[in-house]
Ligand binder design. Structure first.
Ligand code: FUB
Length: 344
């Protein structure tokens, strides 16, 4: 572990990248890696896992993260630089606890960090923070994004310059507490409010972002995930239905919506013709990893595609994870080759 102090504001640390299924960094616990290419480098925006005295429960309360660090790599096999703390819960006026999976976007030379946190009423909202460079530090807006709820934001920039916010997650992510964008709490358990097995599953949400990147320009809509017959995936279809961790990438003119199936631990995907979907379920991108959660991102660097993900190799504890990366391949027909994190 080497230290380099090129930034006057923040301490930077660097580790040699152990590309291909080894933890990318070992000096802190990291998870939920959202990777992007900014300014010719790979930047990774993960959660920063920490041990705290909060007891484990089915709502994920023990995922009690308090800040974010940003990482960069010149290339997939070069060293990983930790740019230090980029945002702290103490500096987010509306947020109380649990800084879960973030994402980032760039527009006109400014960088936007989108993040979920529980507010003072213990309700997940999505916030945004702004920086002049991809490593931060980020300054949070005083309020959460109006009308936002649930967690796991992911921002996709389309080729026409439109930006879309995807979000949502069931159980601890609170999506089951909402219908038609209205808060309708039905109980405190993780599955209270989940539809019956033979009903349509709760779908992730999408909204176009406003020109200033700080609000949703429209009311969130369902991202429909369909089976091969064109029917919405059902709530009881645990191996295929959406749980959390939305991500979108575009390949060969098609939109790929990928996500975690949560309690069955896959990263699955569907393909569609519009950022709004519908997306037809195709299969799994990543088989279950060590640990309960599975959360990923997909990014193109030069002419190759990469999957970023996490597992619990360093700690063997479900809430103390480590980010990893590996190459991802699209076959000639556009299907993604399933990655087995154990064997590959
Ligand atoms: O890191 C906290 C939560 O665990 C994320 O928001 C979920 O996607 C899961 O990885």
């Amino acid at each position: 572990l080497a230290s380099c102090n090129s930034s006057p504001q923040k301490e930077e640390t660097a580790e040699t990248s152990k590309f291909q299924h080894d933890p990318l960094v070992t000096h802190i616990y990291t998870a939920d890696p959202s990777a992007h290419v900014f300014e010719g480098k790979i930047y990774v925006y993960p959660s920063h896992d920490v041990e705290s005295d909060v007891k484990e429960d089915d709502m994920g309360s023990h995922f009690n993260m308090m800040d974010y660090h940003v990482f960069s790599m010149e290339s997939p096999d070069s060293e990983v630089v930790d740019h230090g703390k980029a945002l702290d819960v103490e500096d987010i006026p509306w947020a109380e606890r649990q800084l879960w999976a973030p994402d980032a976007a760039e527009k006109d030379g400014k960088y936007y960090l989108y993040f979920p946190a529980k507010d003072k009423d213990d309700i997940f909202r999505i916030g945004v923070a702004i920086a002049d460079n991809p490593a931060g530090p980020f300054k949070a807006e005083p309020e959460a994004i109006k009308g936002s709820y649930s967690m796991d934001p992911a921002v996709f920039k389309d080729d026409d310059g439109s930006y879309y916010l995807y979000f949502g997650g069931i159980w601890g992510g609170q999506l089951q507490q909402y219908r038609d964008n209205n808060y309708q709490p039905v109980g405190k358990g993780p599955t209270d409010g989940i539809p019956a097995d033979n009903e349509m599953a709760l779908m992730p949400k999408i909204a176009k972002l406003s020109g200033d990147m700080l609000q949703m320009a429209e009311a969130p809509k369902d991202v429909m995930l369909l089976d091969a017959e064109g029917n919405p995936l059902l709530a009881g279809d645990n191996e295929r239905r959406f749980f959390e961790a939305a991500w979108v990438h575009k390949y060969d003119g098609k939109y790929y919506f990928s996500y975690s199936t949560g309690d069955t631990h896959f990263i699955a995907y569907g393909i569609g013709d519009s950022p709004y979907g519908p997306f037809t379920y195709q299969g799994n991108i990543l088989n279950p990893v060590q640990g309960w959660t599975n959360h990923h991102s997909i990014v193109k660097f030069q002419d190759k595609w990469f999957l970023f993900y996490h597992d619990t190799e360093l700690s063997d504890k479900t809430h103390l994870r480590n980010i990893k990366m590996t190459e991802l391949k699209h076959n000639a027909d556009g299907a993604i080759e399933t990655i087995d994190p154990i064997k590959d």
